[in-house]
Design a protein around this ligand. Structure first.
Ligand SMILES: [Zn+2]
Length: 354
């Protein structure tokens, strides 16, 4: 088995698509031909990097990785949860205004569209139940108690993951960027624990065999080359992260100030069956990594994670929010190519056949 390497998900949208989205709502049917072209071009360029697993680049996840499933729903109002970024800007999520909570769409539709163009396996990222739990307002909604919302949320999430598994997703990756942010919002750790517990209620609905294809992504956030929780110590997050009943963990690593310290924490808390895909390129850093740099980062990780449980990934998606123009498509694919080539170089050093 070669060392597996997988992307996180998003790729910057083509400028033509972004310009069009500024004029009409992202879900407007007039954009369909532009989305279709964006997905086709993304997969063509993804495969040209040699990446053994691709995504659709989340080209159609309007407007972002977090709210794509509820975008356009009539029971979503403005002024919900805030995500403040270190660069000074913030992203504002919608707020649920009435029950029942339902998805407008499931991510398997993206998977299916991508599979039509792809000749290699496609993975699919979905948003976590814990992130969506932040849509429920602080004040209880009349006639729609929080407990009912959580039941509906878990059902919708389970449906989405099952649909992706049934359609042959290589992996279903649960985006859990709010995990590290939770420690910042509540240093006592209670919010993080509640997130982990909620996500485990969802994960427990899947069999061991199904969970072999389910992973969780953690990162300090990525938007306009900035982060929301890089100042939170991984030591506060990782012990809880590995309590989650998933098999694969996609962990932002190369942008960390002290990756060895993080790797030591991973060594201490990773459970025997858990695979860790370490981030070997940083979407927030415009400099294009060399394959040799990627190789060395992965070899360093191999000192702390058994090689048959180790993989490589990017630290985060390259444009989780659709209007983020900070990274070009050329840069994103050049960094992915470095990840793919560097992973093969590391495998050679470790004596693993490609
Ligand atoms: Zn991320």
């Amino acid at each position: 088995m070669p060392i597996p390497t997988e992307p996180i998900g998003s790729i910057p949208r083509p400028l033509r698509l972004l310009d069009a989205i500024e004029r009409v709502d992202g879900a407007d049917p007039s954009l369909d031909p532009l989305y279709e072209e964006a997905v086709r071009d993304t997969i063509r360029r993804f495969e040209a990097t040699g990446s053994p697993v691709v995504t659709d680049g989340e080209q159609r996840k309007f407007h972002n990785f977090f709210t794509y499933c509820v975008h356009g729903m009539p029971n979503m109002g403005p002024e919900g949860f805030r995500i403040p970024f270190a660069a000074g800007h913030e992203r504002r999520m919608p707020r649920l205004t009435a029950g029942p909570f339902r998805y407008a769409r499931y991510a398997d539709r993206y998977l299916e569209a991508a599979q039509r163009h792809a000749s290699v396996p496609v993975k699919q990222a979905v948003i976590s139940p814990s992130a969506l739990s932040l849509l429920y307002p602080e004040q209880e909604l009349p006639g729609y108690p929080r407990e009912q919302f959580i039941r509906d949320l878990l059902n919708e999430h389970e449906t989405e993951v099952r649909r992706c598994l049934e359609k042959g997703a290589h992996k279903v990756q649960i985006d859990f960027t709010e995990g590290r942010l939770a420690v910042k919002l509540d240093p006592s750790g209670r919010l993080l624990q509640s997130f982990v517990d909620l996500n485990n209620l969802a994960l427990e609905r899947f069999s061991d065999a199904e969970r072999q294809r389910i992973g969780v992504h953690t990162c300090p956030g990525g938007d306009r080359d900035s982060t929301h929780s890089a100042d939170v110590d991984y030591a506060e997050l990782l012990p809880s992260l590995f309590e989650m009943k998933a098999t694969h963990f996609y962990v932002a690593l190369c942008s960390e100030a002290d990756p060895v310290r993080v790797l030591k924490i991973i060594r201490q808390y990773r459970k025997p069956g858990q695979h860790v895909f370490v981030g070997v390129t940083s979407p927030n850093d415009p400099r294009i990594d060399s394959a040799e740099e990627v190789r060395d980062r992965l070899l360093q990780a191999a000192d702390y994670i058994p090689v048959d449980r180790l993989g490589s990934t990017d630290d985060c998606g390259f444009a989780p929010f659709c209007d983020d123009r900070s990274t070009t498509r050329d840069t994103a694919f050049a960094k992915i190519r470095a990840r793919v080539e560097g992973t093969a170089l590391a495998a050679q050093v470790l004596g693993i056949p490609a």
